[in-house]
Design a binder for this molecule. Structure first.
Ligand SMILES: [Zn+2]
Length: 499
């Protein structure tokens, strides 16, 4: 009894908390306007009137628009695009629909489109869409959501952050593009409450029932997607069902099926379109979007395990004080682009951090802004029009400049100490103690894990111990490098900022 008394309030607190969190997420997942299109209503009244060619593999052209800021920053990378295309084609494989990148990948420098509202997104699509392709825009913030399909502008906007290797948002939005509503259609913007009686109609739409009556004119209009009233992002149990039990207007109880891409279940639950959803998408392509299938496309496949051969510079090459190095690798048949992962090795602590990611269309890359006194590590991943499921090559490293300090002095005599570690947000500035062989001007730089300098400070030093501090205000939690450079050399220390 004692255990129960203590346990119940805690349990209620947890339930209250998760419902609130899920509610907040509701307007952040998909911003596609709700409802069934006129085309879908007419299709669902008599699907048998649409002679759909099933079983025929259709290749659908995509135009990929990568949107960055006015300064040309923040683009979705080639590696991220390849991984997203790989997942998309896996998700659509059972539907016999496969997607390929048509034409060149388009880059748009426009901060207004990079973080846009609906009006700006409409304008972006109106001025950039390529006819007879599925136009997809990867941006930082598409109208506050993970993504949306705009029926007016006929394009899909995707958030880079919701297009990761475990995400099915792209499949969800392309489902909308090909006419599919949400499985909980009608409930958008309305939170289902298990404690209230479920009405016959919600937002002027008939509420879908468990017994299948009105199934082609309620909810999403598909009879093989059972009722679902959950219009916020939810996580599923081990059977891919919702924790929330719902009641239909006739008081039959059920839990939502999270396997549908068109539900709001979390990514780990989703894995399919239903047969009726698949037939509707294929009919939509054949009858409403015939221009998408006019080009015959034969994919060039790149083996998933192909290791691209890196040609230059030689592994372990050491360059003098240069900032200019050209990377070269073997051209891969069928590749339309290469993703280059470029890291540097941090002296003294054995870590590598991702410095930059590049995307090229050719098999070489000239870097003209390399910093000295660093060892760089790079690897290459090719991707094709259709084929994003490729792997990175084995890495190679090269050095620029020479490391000064550990060769001229005994390790440990001189260097940097940073405390407290890890530093919490409320703990004040970073305290730094630098033990140096001689005095002079020294520069401190704090570098984030993306290689960006987030703090710089200069100070006068003397031989021996020098104490100083550096503000950590407004820095995101994570891992940073503190670098001290003076005439005697360069020291680096890892800094961890906790929440
Ligand atoms: Zn949606």
């Amino acid at each position: 009894m004692i255990l129960l008394r203590q346990f119940i309030p805690l349990l209620l607190l947890l339930i209250g908390c998760s419902a609130e969190l899920a509610g907040q997420a509701s307007n952040e997942y998909c911003a596609t306007p709700p409802g069934r299109s006129e085309w879908l209503k007419s299709y669902q009244r008599a699907p048998e009137d649409y002679a759909v060619r099933s079983g025929e593999l259709l290749y659908i052209p995509l135009t990929i628009h990568l949107v960055g800021t006015d300064e040309g920053k923040g683009f979705f990378t080639g590696e991220q695009l390849a991984s997203a295309l790989c997942i998309l084609n896996e998700d659509f494989l059972p539907t016999d629909l496969q997607f390929y990148i048509s034409g060149d990948i388009r880059y748009i420098n426009n901060s207004t489109y990079y973080r846009h509202n609906f009006g700006q997104g409409f304008q972006m699509m109106e001025s950039n869409n390529v006819p007879n392709t599925v136009n997809c825009y990867f941006v930082q913030d598409p109208a506050g959501a993970c993504g949306y399909f705009s029926p007016g502008a006929d394009g899909v906007a995707m958030s880079k952050g919701c297009s990761g290797p475990n995400s099915h948002t792209w499949a969800h939005e392309l489902g909308h593009f090909f006419s599919l509503p949400h499985t909980f259609s009608g409930w958008e913007g309305t939170d289902y409450s298990p404690s209230s009686t479920t009405p016959e109609f919600i937002n002027n739409r008939r509420v879908e029932r468990m017994d299948g009556s009105f199934c082609n004119d309620s909810g999403d209009g598909f009879c093989d997607t059972p009722p679902d009233y959950l219009s916020y992002r939810w996580s599923c149990n081990s059977q891919n069902l919702s924790g929330v039990q719902q009641k239909d207007p006739q008081d039959s109880t059920f839990r939502s099926d999270g396997t549908f891409f068109m539900s709001y279940a979390s990514d780990g639950c989703m894995n399919r379109f239903s047969e009726e959803q698949t037939a509707a998408m294929r009919a939509n392509i054949q009858f409403q979007r015939p221009g998408l299938t006019t080009n015959s496309f034969i994919p060039d496949l790149i083996s998933d395990t192909l290791q691209t051969a890196l040609l230059a510079p030689d592994s372990g090459a050491v360059f003098g004080n240069t900032s200019l190095v050209t990377l070269q690798w073997e051209a891969v048949a069928g590749a339309i682009g290469y993703a280059i992962d470029f890291d540097f090795y941090v002296p003294f602590n054995g870590l590598t951090i991702n410095y930059r990611s590049y995307t090229t269309t050719t098999n070489s890359l000239t870097l003209n802004d390399l910093q000295s006194n660093r060892t760089y590590i790079w690897r290459v991943r090719p991707f094709g029009r259709y084929d994003g499921c490729t792997t990175f090559s084995e890495p190679r490293s090269f050095s620029v400049g020479t490391f000064v300090n550990s060769t001229e002095w005994e390790a440990g005599d001189f260097g940097l100490k940073v405390f407290p570690q890890p530093l919490s947000a409320s703990a004040g500035p970073l305290q730094i103690s630098a033990t140096l062989p001689s005095g002079g001007r020294a520069t401190l730089r704090l570098i984030n894990s993306s290689g960006q300098v987030v703090r710089t400070a200069a100070f006068e030093t003397r031989a021996g111990i020098n104490n100083t501090s550096l503000s950590a205000d407004h820095l995101s939690p994570g891992f940073y490098l503190l670098e001290l450079v003076c005439k005697d050399g360069r020291w680096v220390e890892k800094v961890t900022l906790a929440r």
